[in-house]
Design a protein around this ligand. Structure first.
Ligand SMILES: NC(=O)c1ccc[n+]([C@@H]2O[C@H](COP(=O)([O-])OP(=O)(O)OC[C@H]3O[C@@H](n4cnc5c(N)ncnc54)[C@H](O)[C@@H]3O)[C@@H](O)[C@H]2O)c1
Length: 352
C-alpha cells in the first residue's frame, strides 16, 4: 500500500496518509490543480502549524482560527467563517483548507459547500477520529438545538491530507476516541487491521502511518461502494445505534463520541451473540482490544435500558419503525440486520 488512496466518487480525490508531510501541502494542492487563493480555517490548537502553512502559501492565503469542540459546530461559528471568507473576497476558484479535528472539518466543510454555492475543500485532519472517519466521505454540517448534524450537505473534498505526526499533541483521551473508530473498522471489514491493532502498542500506534492508513482505507472502500449511506455505508454505524442513544441520554460532552461508540460496540456485539449471529469470542476479543486502547465498555449506571430504547426508536436509522442494526458476524465481517426483537435488545442492555 503506498501512501495515497483514492475516493472514486464524482471526479474522485486522493487521500494521503503519511508522516511529516504537512509542510508539503502547497505542492500537493498544486499537483492536483488547485491554483486559486487558499483560506485556512484552523483549530486554535493548531495555531503554529496553521501560521507556518499560511506563511508558505504567501500572499494568496487568509487564516482564521476557531476553537475545536462541539460547541463550534453552530450557526455563530458558521457565520463567522462566512464573514471571514467574504471579507477576504473569496472567489469560486479558491480553496478552503480545514485544518483540525472533525468539528473544524464539518463546519469549515459546510462553509466551503455553501459559500458562493460551493468552493473547493481540502480536509487536513489533525485528530485520529477525523483521519479515520470524518475527513473522508464528504459529509459536512453543523448542529441545531433540535439535534446533532441536523443541517448539512455532502461536499466531497478535493484532497484529504493526513499527517500522523500532527497527532503528537493530541490528548490521550481524544486519541482513544479515535481508536474506537479504527477498531470498529477492523471489526466490520478488515480482519488484518484488527489483528495488527491487537499486536500494536497503543502508546505509539498512532505514529504508524501504515496502521492509520489501513484504518482509513476501510472508510475509503465503504464510501467508494456507497456514497449516500444506503446500505454498505450503514455498516459504519456499528456501535452507533446504542452509542448515539447513550450520548443523547447522558447529554453531549459527558462522554467523548468514541467512548460512547466503544460501549455501543460492546453491547451490539453482545446483541449479535444473543441473536446467534456470531461467536462469543468476538465479544471477548473486541472488549480486550477496546480496554487496551483506553476505552470504556460498561454502561454508565445513571442510564436505564428504557431511556436508551426510547431514544433508539427516535434515531434517524429507523426505517418503517424498525431499527437497522449493523452487527458483527465475525471479526472482519458485519451485516445489516432489521429483525431484532426489542425484547432481546432490552435483555442485553439490562444485563450489562
Ligand atoms: N463528517 C463526518 O462524516 C463525521 C464522522 C464522524 C464524526 N464527525 C464529527 O466529528 C466531530 C468530532 O471530531 P473530533 O473528535 O476530531 O473533535 P474536535 O474537532 O472537537 O477535536 C477534539 C479536540 O482536540 C483538539 N485538537 C484537534 N487536533 C489537535 C491536535 N493535533 N493536538 C491537540 N489538540 C487537538 C480540538 O481543539 C478539540 O479540543 C463531531 O462533531 C462529529 O459529529 C463527522
Amino acid at each position: 500500500m503506498n501512501n495515497t488512496m483514492r475516493v472514486t466518487v464524482g471526479t474522485g480525490y486522493p487521500v494521503i496518509v503519511a508522516s511529516e508531510i504537512w509542510r508539503e501541502l502547497p505542492a500537493a494542492m498544486h499537483a492536483i490543480g488547485l491554483r486559486g487563493r487558499v483560506h485556512i480555517i484552523a483549530d486554535t490548537q493548531m495555531r503554529a502549524t496553521a501560521q507556518e502553512l499560511a506563511h508558505s502559501f504567501g500572499e494568496v492565503t487568509s487564516l482564521l482560527l476557531i476553537p475545536g469542540g462541539e460547541s463550534s459546530k453552530d450557526m455563530t461559528t458558521l457565520t463567522h467563517i462566512y464573514d471571514h471568507l467574504l471579507a477576504h473576497r473569496v472567489e469560486r476558484r479558491d480553496t478552503v483548507v480545514a485544518l483540525g479535528g472533525g468539528v473544524i472539518g464539518d463546519v469549515a466543510g459546510y462553509a466551503a459547500a455553501t459559500i458562493l454555492r460551493g468552493v473547493a475543500l481540502v480536509q487536513m485532519p489533525t485528530t485520529l477520529l477525523a483521519m479515520v472517519d470524518s475527513a473522508v466521505g464528504g459529509k459536512t454540517g453543523i448542529n441545531h438545538a433540535m439535534g446533532k448534524n441536523m443541517i448539512g450537505a455532502f461536499h466531497q473534498p478535493r484532497l484529504v491530507y493526513a499527517d500522523v505526526s500532527l497527532l503528537k499533541t493530541l490528548p490521550p483521551r481524544e486519541l482513544a476516541a479515535g481508536w474506537a473508530e479504527a477498531i470498529k473498522h477492523g471489526v466490520i471489514r478488515d480482519t488484518r487491521l484488527f489483528d495488527d491493532l491487537e499486536q500494536a502498542d497503543p502508546g505509539s500506534a498512532y505514529f504508524d502511518p501504515q496502521l492509520v492508513r489501513r484504518a482509513v482505507a476501510v472508510k475509503v472502500d465503504v464510501v467508494n461502494i456507497d456514497v449516500h449511506e444506503q446500505a454498505e455505508r450503514m455498516l459504519l454505524n456499528y456501535g452507533h445505534t446504542i452509542g448515539h442513544a447513550i450520548e443523547h441520554v447522558l447529554g453531549y460532552g459527558v462522554l467523548l463520541h468514541g467512548e460512547a461508540i466503544a460501549i455501543g460496540m460492546h453491547l451490539e456485539a453482545r446483541l449479535a451473540v444473543a441473536l446467534e449471529l456470531c461467536d462469543p469470542v468476538v465479544v471477548t476479543r473486541q472488549q480486550a482490544m477496546l480496554e487496551r486502547y483506553g476505552l470504556p465498555t460498561t454502561l454508565p449506571n445513571q442510564i436505564t435500558p428504557e431511556q436508551l430504547l426510547e431514544v433508539m426508536h427516535r434515531d434517524k436509522k429507523v426505517l418503517a419503525g424498525q431499527i437497522r442494526w449493523a452487527l458483527p458476524h465475525a471479526i472482519g465481517h458485519a451485516e445489516i440486520t432489521r429483525d431484532v426483537p426489542i425484547a432481546v435488545v432490552r435483555e442485553v442492555i439490562s444485563s450489562s
